[in-house]
Every structure is written in C-alpha cells, then in structure tokens.
Design a protein around this ligand. Structure first.
Ligand SMILES: O=C(O)CCC(=O)C(=O)O
Length: 288
C-alpha cells in the first residue's frame, strides 16, 4: 500500500490496497492517520459489496444509520444517492440529479456524525463531479483580519434554513418529520483538533444563519468573505469519478459540493456515514 498526495492538493490517495481484503493493523493505522491529516482520502477502482463497504466503515469508525430511511439500501448502513427510479416510478435513493452548493453534512445537529464516504457505482458521462476544500488549510491561510474576526465566534446552524423549510417529495426526503425534530443549534466557527491542536474553520453556507453578537449584515459579510477565502479555485480538489472509486471525508474539516447532471444520464453512488473517534477527530461541540 502507498499513500500519496494528489497533484499538490490537500487530498491523499491510497494506492495498491484492495479494500475487499481484510486490512492489516499497520495499513489501517496509516489510513486513519492520513485521513486525520487531510480530511479527504481517495481509493480508486475498488469492487465492493455492501458487506465490504460496511467492513471498511468499521475500520474508520462506527457506521451510523442515516436519518432518511427511504435512502437505505439492502444494508441499512448503506444509503443510495441516485436519480434512478424503481419499477413503480419511485426514487431509488436521494438527491436525484440536482447540483449541491458548498456544504458540510449534519452541521445542523448538536452532535454531527462527521465521517462519510461515497462509493461510485454508475457515473454520468457529463456532470456529477464532487469537489472538496480543506477547512484546516482555510483557517491556516486566513488573512489576520479575518482570523481576528472569526476566532471565538459562535454561529447558529439551521436545518430549516438548509432545506428552505420545504417538503420535497421528488427528492425522496422525509422532511416534515426531520424539520420538527431538528431545532437550530450553535457551534463555534473555529474548532480545535484533539491531540494535534490544529484549528479548522467550521462554516456551512445556507445553514449558518447568524453569528452571536453581530448585526445580520456584518455576520453575512464575514461569512461571505470566509467562504470566498476557503473556496478559492486553487484550494479545490475536483474528483473525476470512475466506477469503483471510494472517497472518504471528514465533515468537520472539509466542505464539499456536487455539480448537477442531465437526467438523461444515470448516476448511482452509495454513501455511508461514520461516527469518528472523538479523541482524535473534531466533533463540532455545542456552544453555550
Ligand atoms: O453525490 C455527490 O457526489 C455528493 C453528495 C453530497 O453532497 C452529500 O452526500 O452530502
């Protein structure tokens, strides 16, 4: 097994490791360390059953059930993201073919499940690219004026703002129930990694609705400037999907987005969310 940075980016690729075989403790430790450092790991050209996806999830942490029960596959820990429909015309999974702007998953929960991977099964010939940026690097390269403004800041993270308050049948979401169960929550906009002390920005456009002690205009201006800084094109890793690619990321230390794709193309990726070790990974804390 080799682990190498991809094209000078913050992302590392794990090479020559068939994930369908048991992973030795030495390799597992190296993978966990690279994951902690980079926040995104790529494994290309795998051929994995759902049992093997689950076994890999267990190497990384503790796989968790996702809230959208209608997205579940044969194994409940595996979710389907797809625009495909079954023989009754019902969506096979979630998110259809729509574009998704920069976001991080679950930031609207008090205790987000931060580990996540996607496994590519069928990919469209155009669109559907997924991209990531590092929130460690975004913090470390902040101009001092922005660092001063964000250090100690507390943001309000709102599921209602994230989903626009709508119930969206097309998208196969059970939104009304989730809206009722998910009140706004506050998290620091900068988190500190246990063990290393490394700091990561924690921003989530469309979900952070305000900053404690700041006028709305001032907060929106700061959030816009933080996002523009974090997502500069030179900071972005674009994953050009191939079938069998698995991309693992840490939602506390990266943002991601997805391009839309034509509905005349088929796309199916499988997804798993994973509880990470809180003694090593940032689990965004609830702010008072
Ligand atoms: O389908 C993708 O490539 C990305 C999906 C996504 O953004 C998510 O699961 O949060």
């Amino acid at each position: 097994m080799r682990i190498e940075f991809v094209d000078g980016s913050f992302v590392q690729e794990v090479k020559d490791l068939p994930l369908w075989e048991p992973i030795g403790e030495g390799d597992a430790t190296a993978i966990r360390n690279a994951y902690l450092d980079s926040g995104v790991l790529v494994f290309r050209r795998q051929a994995l059953s759902e049992d093997e996806l689950l076994a890999f999830g267990n190497v990384i942490g503790a796989p968790e059930l996702y809230a959208e029960a209608t997205w579940r596959s044969t194994l409940p820990e595996v979710n389907i993201l797809s625009n495909l429909r079954d023989q009754d015309g019902d969506m096979l999974g979630g998110l259809a073919n729509k574009p998704l702007t920069w976001h991080t998953d679950q930031s609207y929960y008090a205790t987000p499940v931060t580990g996540c991977f996607l496994y590519g099964v069928e990919l469209p010939s155009e669109g559907g690219m997924t991209s990531w940026i590092s929130l460690f690097e975004a913090y470390e390269n902040l101009p001092s004026e922005l660092a001063r403004a964000v250090d100690g800041a507390i943001g309000t993270f709102s599921f209602k703002a994230r989903v626009g308050g709508a119930t969206d049948k097309e998208d196969n979401h059970d939104r009304a129930k989730r809206l009722a169960e998910t009140p706004d929550v506050k998290h620091p906009l900068v988190n500190v990694a246990p063990g290393t002390g490394r700091r990561a920005l924690f921003i989530d456009p469309n979900t952070v609705t305000g900053i404690d002690g700041m006028e709305q205009d001032e907060a929106e201006d700061l959030l816009d400037r933080l996002l523009a800084h974090a997502t500069k094109p030179t900071n972005v890793y674009d994953h050009d999907w191939g079938p069998g690619d698995l991309v693992l990321w840490d939602n506390a230390t990266v943002l991601h987005k997805r391009d839309g794709f034509p509905n005349t193309c088929n796309r199916m990726v499988k997804r798993m969310i994973i509880n990470l070790d809180p003694t090593r990974h940032i689990i965004p804390p609830v702010a008072p």
